[in-house]
Design a protein around this ligand. Structure first.
Ligand code: KIV
Ligand code: ZN
Length: 447
């Protein structure tokens, strides 16, 4: 069955670059635009042509280079901006001018210092002018979610009559909750004359961490375009994260029976490229593209993952372009994960050896947080009694020595590890016999 298609409007190169520290020059925007095209976004908002010569050039080049996606330039609702945007988009195969004007009383009184009447007239005039250059016109009533609903509906009706083809509803200050935002979209669909001839779009900011939830609520209420940015970058707390919206639609068709044209295996490369270009890192626990999104640390989880990844992953890493899941070896790891990593390093153990390596591993992990492969190699050598020469002790010993120095100067790795277990049996191991190797063992041991 064909699902309803949601237009993915990418604003990484416009709202996204308004993120402090994320501005991009023309070459950087071009590089990113190639990746957005590969990703399959429907609209690339390439910049704000009046803002700078560089932004003008970026919109111009991106517009002239790409013929599949719509390429969009932003303009305030005034002649100067609209003329400049139209000029930048002259050579574009699929140009769109995006006109915006604030409509909330807070913005009208304190920022623009104009009346509602003036705002209504200016919005319609601006859209008419933009329409004289280009068929595809998007209008955004800035701060829509704090705008009086009757006035908002009037403005939207006026801009439809003036030729707008997309009505974008911005939650400019990230104030909405999903139920409010969904209800707002529904009200607009019910009350604005001519709304059935245009596309309704959502543009959500993340000040309360609700940008993705609000965007999805808008889709459920009838919005058919979502504005979003790679890694969720954007003004202040950012825009809705493109990768989170796309993957939610993909993973939960039962809740959201909609499709996008995004090729999800290009999500992680796009995220990485953006980090590289802007130098802005993403939080490790960021959904979909963060370093830890497919990393498992707890022994119970690692054991489950080794038995079947479905136990702890709802998305395969490969489906979003992440090379593989990782099992991070640390103090929460169990023997199953340790054994598997050691096998990859070329070691095979009998049960008794594994017990000894594991005992040493846990002690080391307690001190150095993450146990890397070279630590393991060192540890196995020592567990097997082949003590390395003092000059050849390697990183594990150095790290352990440093940890030991902090810990009362008790010397290198082997000095830090007490003799085998009898003296301090774990509660779970106390009554174990060598035959006690059931399926559940790592589950219990790996905590
Ligand atoms: O957040 C906002 O209101 C905007 C508009 C220009 C759409 O970015
Ligand atoms: Zn915005």
């Amino acid at each position: 069955m064909d699902r309803t298609r949601i237009t993915i409007f990418d604003t990484t190169l416009r709202d996204g670059e308004q993120s402090p520290g994320c501005s991009m020059n023309v070459q950087e925007k071009m590089r990113m635009a190639y990746q957005l095209d590969r990703l399959g976004v429907d609209v690339i908002e390439a910049g704000f042509p009046i803002a700078s010569d560089g932004d003008f050039e970026a919109v111009q080049k991106i517009g002239a280079t790409f013929s599949r996606p719509v390429v969009c330039g932003l303009a305030r609702a005034c002649q100067q901006d609209i003329d400049r945007a139209a000029q930048a988009l002259k050579g574009a195969a699929r140009p769109r001018i995006h006109v915006f004007l604030a409509t909330s009383d807070i913005h009208l009184q304190h920022k623009l210092r104009i009346s509602r009447e003036k705002c209504l007239q200016q919005a319609a005039e601006a859209v008419r002018l933009a329409k004289s250059y280009c068929d595809d016109i998007e209008f955004s009533p800035e701060d829509a979610t704090r705008t009086d609903i009757d006035f908002l509906c009037h403005v939207l009706e006026a801009v439809i009559q003036a030729g707008a083809t997309t009505l974008n509803i911005p939650d400019t200050v990230g104030y909405s909750a999903p139920a409010d935002f969904g209800a707002l979209i529904q009200t607009i669909r019910q009350r604005v004359r001519g709304v059935d001839k245009v596309v309704i779009s959502a543009h959500c900011h993340n000040d309360l961490g609700l940008a993705v939830a609000n965007s999805l609520a808008a889709v459920a209420a009838g919005a058919r375009q979502v504005e979003c940015a790679i890694n969720g970058i954007g003004e202040r707390a950012g825009n809705a994260a493109l990768e989170e919206i796309v993957m939610t639609l993909r993973v939960r068709p039962d809740q959201y029976p909609y499709d996008t044209g995004v090729l999800s295996e290009h999500l992680f490369p796009a995220s990485q490229m953006l980090c590289e270009i802007t130098g802005a890192p993403i939080q490790p626990n960021k959904a979909i593209v963060g370093r830890n999104a497919f990393a498992h640390a707890a022994g119970i989880h690692q054991d489950g993952m080794l038995k079947n990844p479905l136990t702890y992953e709802i998305i395969t890493p490969q489906s979003v372009g992440v090379p593989d899941s990782t099992l991070v070896l640390g103090k929460h790891s169990g023997r199953h994960a340790l054994n598997q990593r050691c096998e990859k390093l070329g070691y095979t153990f009998d049960r008794r050896e594994l017990d000894e390596v594991y005992r040493r591993f846990v002690l080391l992990a307690d001190r150095i947080k993450t146990v890397e492969d070279h630590h393991l190699q060192e540890l196995v050598r020592e567990a097997r009694g082949a003590k390395p020469a003092a000059s050849d002790r390697g990183e594990a010993a150095k790290t352990a020595a440093a940890a030991a120095a902090q810990n009362g100067g008790r010397g290198p790795l082997d000095m830090m590890i007490p003799p085998p277990a009898e003296a301090t049996p774990s509660v779970l191991s106390r009554n174990r016999t060598p035959e006690h190797h059931g399926e559940q063992e790592d589950y219990l041991w790996g905590v």
